[in-house]
Structures are given as C-alpha cells and as structure tokens.
Write a protein that binds this ligand. Structure first.
Ligand code: WT7
Length: 631
C-alpha cells in the first residue's frame, strides 16, 4: 500500500527528487503493489506520436491489488457502505471478503457468456453495489469496461456502444432518484436497436418493475450468479493493456473514448488518493460522484479500494428527502472525508444554514472539491458551515484524461489559499504557455496549462482514433500535453485554475462540447443553425446559452424552445439542456463564415456594451438584433 507523505518538508523534498529522477520515484511507488511479474523498464515515452508506456512488461491484475491483497489482512473490513435513495430502505455493508466473492462470481458470469480479455463491455447502471462489482469483474477477466453515465439518452448510449463495438451491456431494470423511479432497461432496449455488436445483456434487479427480456440476449444478474463458476484466478494482464474507456466531450461534436491502461492508472489513483486525502486506518470516506464520471472511477472505485479504505456509496440525490441528505449521511456513518463538487456546495448553500445546523458533522476531518473552479463564497461556506473551520479543503484539479488528481493540496499538509488548487503532486510537471506556445517562466504569470512530462495515469489514446488523441492534446504545443485550461501561477508558485480556454463548457462539473449540443439542437426540424456559449450561472458554474436560427414557421417561440429542449434530451440527455434559448434572426459571423463566439459570450454574460470591435462582421446589424432579444 502507498505510504503518504507526512509533512510539507517531506512534500518539498519528495517533489524535488521525483522531478530529478521520475523513473526511480514511480518505480518505488509501483513496488508497493502486487505484480505477477515485475516490469523490466519503468518508462518509455514521447509526446509527438504520442506514445507513453509505464512499467513495461509488468504483469498484474488490478483486482488482485483491490481484493486478494486486502482479503489476506482484513477480510471483514467494510469496503462499501451502500446508502439507498430512500433513507427508510435498509442499506448494505459489504466487506472486502464479500466484495471479492461477488466480483469473482460475476466475473464467472461474464466468462460464461464468452466474454474474454480485450472485449469491451458497456455498463449503464444506477449507483448500486452491482455497478462497482460489474466494473471490477470486467477488470478481473481483462475485459475493457466502458461505463456510461445513467443519465445519457438512448441515442448517446448507442453512439458509445457502437464506437467501442461492445459485446455486452450490463444494466439494471430501473433506478430510483429522489421521488422518481426511472426505467433503465427500456432505454437500453431502445439504444441497442442500432447496436449489432452486443450479444449479451445482463440485468440487475433494483426496482422490480416489469421489463422486457430478449431471449438469448438478456439475462438476470441474480439468476446467472447462482450458476456461475467464480474466477478466483485473475487474468494475467500487461501493465499497458487498457483497463477502461470513458467517453468525454471535446471541442468537436463527437465525444471521444479516453483510454487508460492498467499499471499506471493503478499506481497513480492509489498514490493520489493516499496523498491528497491522507486517509488513515479507520476513516470513512464519502465521495458523492457517480461512477459514470472519471471522479467515480478513480476516487470511488479504484483509488480508495486499492488503499483498502472504507467508503460510502450513495444511490440518491442530495436534495431527497431534503437538502440535508449529505449531512445526514455524514452523521449516520461518521464520515471523516467528504469529496464533492462546487455545484453541489452552491446548491446546498442556497437552502440556508438551518438545514446544516441540524447536524453535528463533527466526524469530518477532510473536505474535497472537484470538477470546476470553486468560487471564494462557496469555499468559505464549505469551510465554515461544513468543516467548522477544522477541516482542510483539498481543491483537486484534474481531468478525465489525467486519470487522477494532478494539482491539489495534500490535506493538512499544504498551506491553503481559497480557490487555489495550490501545488502539483510529486512527479507532476506543469508549465504555463502563452498563445504562441512560449513557456512562461517564473511566478506571477498566467497562461495555458500544459504538462511537460508524463505521469503514470496519463491518457494513452482515444479509442479507435489515435490521431484524434494526438491532435487534441499533443499538437497545440509541441512536446507538451495541453489541458485546455487557463491557469495562473501566483507569486508563491501556487496554481489557480481559471477555466476552459477551448470550446468546452463545464456545467455542474460536467463537460460538454459546444458543437455536441449544437448538433443536438440542429436535429429539431425547424432549426437552421445554432450557436452555444457558456455563461456564469450561480449554481451550475456555467449555464448553457443557445442562440438559434429557425425557419419561418407558425409555431410559437415557446413551442420551438420546447421542441429544441426535447431534441437535446433525446440526443444527449437532460443534463445537457440549455438554460436559455434565444431565437435569433442571424448569428454574428466573420466574412469567412466563422461564428464570433466572443460576441455571443458577452451578450450571454449581459455585457451588452463591451462587445469590442464588430466591424469585421459580415452583417454587424445582426448584433443589434441579438442584443434586443437577449435573455
Ligand atoms: C475539467 C475536466 C476532474 C474530474 C471531474 C471533471 C475542470 C476539474 C477542477 C478544479 C478548477 C477544475 C477543468 C478540467 N476542473 N477540477 N479543482 N478547479 N477546474 O473531469 O469532465 O474531465 O473535466 O474540469 O476545466 O479541464 P472532466
């Protein structure tokens, strides 16, 4: 197991040595795991192809490090406390031994369906223990999992299943969210109408609602595990074999499948979990993310379980039965570590302090923030009302592509400044560059955030399209990994993330490409063209503002808006619904036909009088029209 850094002096010394000899540093971390065969070379890399390989020729199975390893020392320790959506429903406590047995058994189910090493398996499930079990069972047999957040639409699911050419889908009959019961299997049925690669669907029972089962394709989880032969002998995998694909949005219309490989991801998620959170034996860790996003992968499944932690898995929503639910869970399980997103903090803050004051929250030791910049107001509220000024807040900066936290305080060790992600973890080498790619040396500078050296859990490729990986991350600035974020380094060398500098918007900590949402809007029959920009939103961080040109029609604007929203829900899912839709007569375009988003952003921000130079526009008059109708 990873032994975390203990003091700021140790951090400074470790950081220096990790940079002067990264290979020795990461080899010493990797040595803390169980390998079937040790690696022969620690690192081979270039950022031009790009090609990054860590722990070459090392053989392992990540689940042996999560399950078999802990089974020997602490079989009865609780791995997961599962808290149901409804507080009156009995939860579950699953020990490491039980998790081991369940994973081995379900791995047996997958094998019995002919699923083998390298096959892709999509998982579309609510936050129930079967989700964690399904993920680990894939890893146990060397199948590549692709978890799809269970809020995505059938069409979005089909795109992802087809892109990965998945052979199987694991799902549930339905799900509970707050007062709602939602059909899950029915959505999969709809999605799979266009997915010829899928031969097997396994359905876990959650709501008990009636679902259709296609004979020869669909199987009940509960029945299959009764017949299965457990996989006690974990598949031997190469360190560079892919562990999973996770789709994320970029500046083009089509989400890309970020691929992470086994060895490096294992080492880095355990390492970053141990160091950032400073989790100690006996602590209870609660990350509120969904496993459908990278935070759930790295800090709900892999990181904490690799470190043998006890954690909470919560099925429901923060506002059911009321806005005190998180605080209720913290008191109920005596949670010591709480990791959530700024959007959740801002939302819960808006319900007033009386809700919080009903709870003691005195078990808390460490608070975490992830997904978007945390504004100072939310930071102070989190610190005062949740942490009672006694808990360090780790503002953790990272991305789907980085696999794990790269810039963050180490809890209780790194001196904090509100809204600063502070300092890089050992082995992480950030640089800031200006628009021309010139590296900005020294402190008190602001530029685009890049990394100049690989860390073990860096993205390896985008599934099925390596060129796209190269173009997106490694071509903007030669020999650097480009994050897409703007960033400031202050006079003390502390990092403050400013936000995306590309066509990506971050809504409630979730990423969307503007083109992706525009494509969905354009599917509505009356729409001719659309342009999406982000604008500051009190709760979500960024809201989605849509400017839409429609054909002449008898439909009212309200009707058009309704149909546009329906189209977005159908193509992507409710999470991508625009907050504002303005029907416009035209869009501000340059003579070459490029939409001037800068102007649209200003209008969305309500800054109607500082639009800058509009004289280069094809039709400057259109700006006046848009300004008149601004929402
Ligand atoms: C983008 C990555 C990291 C897991 C969840 C989101 C933004 C993330 C922070 C932070 C400021 C942050 C960045 C980044 N972001 N964490 N602590 N402070 N911004 O993962 O969907 O891959 O999005 O989220 O803009 O590029 P993701």
């Amino acid at each position: 197991m990873i032994k975390p850094i203990q003091s700021f002096e140790e951090y400074t010394a470790t950081y220096a040595s990790s940079i002067s000899d990264p290979e020795a540093y990461w080899a010493s971390q990797a040595d803390q795991f169980v390998w079937k065969k040790k690696w022969t070379k620690t690192l081979e890399w270039n950022f031009t192809e790009p090609s990054v390989k860590w722990f070459l020729n090392g053989k392992l199975n990540i689940t042996e490090n999560i399950l078999d390893r802990h089974l020997k020392v602490s079989p009865d320790k609780v791995a997961l406390y599962w808290e149901a959506n409804n507080p009156d429903e009995q939860g579950k406590a699953i020990s490491y031994k039980e998790l081991y047995e369940q994973v081995c058994l379900f791995a047996g189910v997958l094998r019995s369906k002919g699923i083998k090493k390298g096959d892709r398996v999509c998982i579309y499930m609510p936050m129930i223990p079967e989700l964690t079990i399904a993920v680990l069972a894939c890893a146990r047999i060397g199948a590549i999992h692709s978890v799809i957040f269970a809020g995505f639409s059938a069409s979005a699911v089909a795109d992802r299943v087809n892109d990965a050419q998945a052979v199987a889908v694991i799902t549930s009959d339905g799900s509970y969210r707050g007062t709602k019961s939602i059909g899950v299997k029915s959505l999969i049925d709809e999605a799979l109408q266009t997915c010829a690669s899928v031969k097997t669907v396994v359905v876990a029972k959650r709501t008990g609602d009636a679902v259709e089962m296609l004979s020869g394709r669909d199987y009940w989880w509960e029945e299959e595990i009764k017949k299965a032969t457990p996989v006690y002998e974990a598949e031997e995998m190469d360190a560079e074999d892919p562990l999973f694909i996770l789709y994320t949005s970029g500046s083009t219309g089509k989400p890309k499948g970020v691929v992470h490989s086994i060895g490096g991801y294992m080492v880095y998620t355990a390492f970053s979990f141990a160091n950032v959170f400073q989790y100690k034996e006996g602590d209870i860790y609660f990350c509120t993310a969904d496993i459908g996003w990278i935070t759930g992968h790295s800090y709900l499944v892999y990181g904490p379980l690799l470190q043998g932690a006890t954690q909470i898995m919560f099925e429901g929503v923060p506002t059911f039965p009321d806005a005190g639910r998180f605080w209720n869970i913290i008191d109920k399980y005596k949670v010591t570590h709480f990791y959530t997103a700024p959007t959740a903090i801002r939302s819960l803050m808006s319900f007033g302090n009386e809700v919080v004051e009903k709870y003691s929250l005195k078990s808390l030791k460490v608070l975490g923030s992830v997904g978007e910049p945390i504004n100072e107001e939310a930071w102070h509220w989190y610190n005062e009302f949740i942490g009672k000024k006694n808990c360090p807040i780790v503002d953790t900066w990272w991305q789907t592509e980085t696999g794990g936290i790269l810039i963050s305080p180490l809890a209780g060790i790194t001196p904090l400044i509100p809204s600063y992600a502070t300092l890089p973890l050992p082995g992480v080498q950030p640089v800031l560059v200006d628009a021309n790619g010139m590296v900005l040396e020294g402190n008190n500078v602001e530029g685009n955030l890049c990394m100049k050296f690989p860390w073990p859990s860096i993205i390896r490729t985008t599934y099925g399209d390596h060129e796209r990986c190269k173009q997106t991350y490694f071509s903007t600035y030669p020999n650097l990994y480009f994050t897409g974020d703007g960033c400031k380094r202050d006079e003390n060398g502390y990092y403050r993330i400013i936000g995306r500098v590309d066509d990506v918007i971050n809504v409630s900590g979730h990423r969307f490409g503007t083109a992706e949402i525009e494509n969905a809007i354009n599917e509505q029959a009356d729409v001719i063209e659309s342009a999406i920009v982000g604008y500051p939103h009190e709760i979500k961080g960024q809201g989605i503002y849509a400017y839409v040109i429609c054909d002449k029609t008898d439909k009212s604007e309200d009707q058009l808006r309704k149909e546009i929203l329906e189209s977005v829900v159908k193509m992507i899912g409710p999470i991508a619904k625009p907050d504002k839709i303005q029907i416009v007569p035209g869009l501000p375009k340059t003579r070459s036909g490029k939409i001037m988003r800068r102007i649209l952003r200003k209008i969305a921000e309500g800054e109607l009088n500082s639009l800058g130079d509009t004289s280069t526009l094809l039709d400057p008059g259109v700006v006046e029209e848009i300004k008149k109708g601004a929402l």
